[in-house]
Design a binder for this molecule. Structure first.
Ligand SMILES: C[S@@+](CC[C@H](N)C(=O)[O-])C[C@H]1O[C@@H](n2cnc3c(N)ncnc32)[C@H](O)[C@@H]1O
Length: 270
């Protein structure tokens, strides 16, 4: 197989700053090949080893979630070996082996739909929708995942998450547009399970779960869904992505069950 050579001049400087140039050339060549083959599993593995401070990763020492170089902690003069070229294929192989160490217990056929949830068309009926909508806090998924996203598309996506102004209004609209579209496809007794984050911003607590609960109880198209369970899950500080430990402190799992048959017994007056 002939791998086309990679011209790094088309790669932005902020991306190049994270890698030895040969590592980056090889990683981008592999990325192009995997995209051409639609091999999304291996592409996900490549993104999974893109940046961190550990030797199994491809970048210079950097943080794992939001990409920042850790060149103060790992001074290049003191740790020159961390700034040498890193072999991509052996690290990919190790990543695949790690991934398969705990294979999923049940294997189900899956399809990947790439798009906006507001345009989702579900064919047939589904028993469960499990999702984690964007949190209403200061997380900016494009900014925080910029290095993985750039390698994925060789550009940053233009679409941004919930705009910073009028977050609650935007969040409510996004949830309404998504779930009124999904709801008709949920089977009788089927569930919609949402994992939502609660965050404080200044003195204000942005409680996404209350917004969703009130939306489900006040929207005609969602009237068949009853809130069946609420599970609160405190996120340990060590698992939080922001260094200053601001942002999401607690997640809430909301389980809504389609009790459409109950509706015939208890008609909803419109
Ligand atoms: C809380 S994260 C959950 C990510 C992933 N489901 C998980 O559990 O790790 C919310 C995700 O929703 C994505 N998102 C935001 N608006 C969206 C939309 N209109 N349609 C589809 N996805 C959206 C964000 O980019 C982000 O990746």
């Amino acid at each position: 197989m002939r791998i086309p050579s990679q011209d790094l001049r088309s790669v932005p400087q902020w991306v190049r700053a994270f890698f030895h140039k040969e590592t980056l050339r090889n990683a981008l060549a592999l990325r192009d090949e995997l995209v051409a083959r639609s091999d999304w599993f291996l592409l996900a593995c490549l993104l999974g080893i893109l940046h961190h401070q550990r030797p199994g990763f491809l970048s210079f020492p950097s943080s794992h979630l939001v990409p920042y170089l850790r060149d103060k902690l790992f001074e290049p003069l003191e740790f020159p070996e961390l700034y040498k070229e890193r072999d991509v294929l052996s690290r990919m192989e190790a990543k695949v082996r790690r991934t398969y160490r705990r294979p999923p217990k049940c294997r189900m056929p899956s399809v990947v739909v790439h798009g906006d949830s507001r345009d989702l068309r579900l064919s047939g009926t589904v028993d469960a929708v499990i999702t984690s909508p964007p949190y209403m806090n200061e997380l900016d998924y494009v900014r925080d995942n910029r290095l993985r996203l750039w390698v994925l598309e060789r550009a940053l996506p233009l679409q941004r998450d919930i705009p910073k102004r009028a977050r609650e209004v935007q969040f409510r609209a996004l949830m309404r547009e998504t779930f009124t579209r999904i709801a008709p496809a949920i089977s009788e007794r089927g569930v919609i399970i949402l994992v939502v984050g609660e965050a404080s911003r200044g003195s204000k607590v942005l409680d996404s779960s209350s917004i969703i609960t009130s939306l489900f109880s006040s929207t005609h198209e969602l009237a068949g869904f009853r809130l069946e369970r609420v599970i609160h899950d405190v996120i340990p500080d060590i698992r939080r992505s922001r260094r200053d430990l601001r942002g999401t402190k607690r997640e809430t799992v909301l389980v809504f069950r389609n009790s459409a048959s109950d509706r015939t017994m208890q008609p909803v007056l419109l």
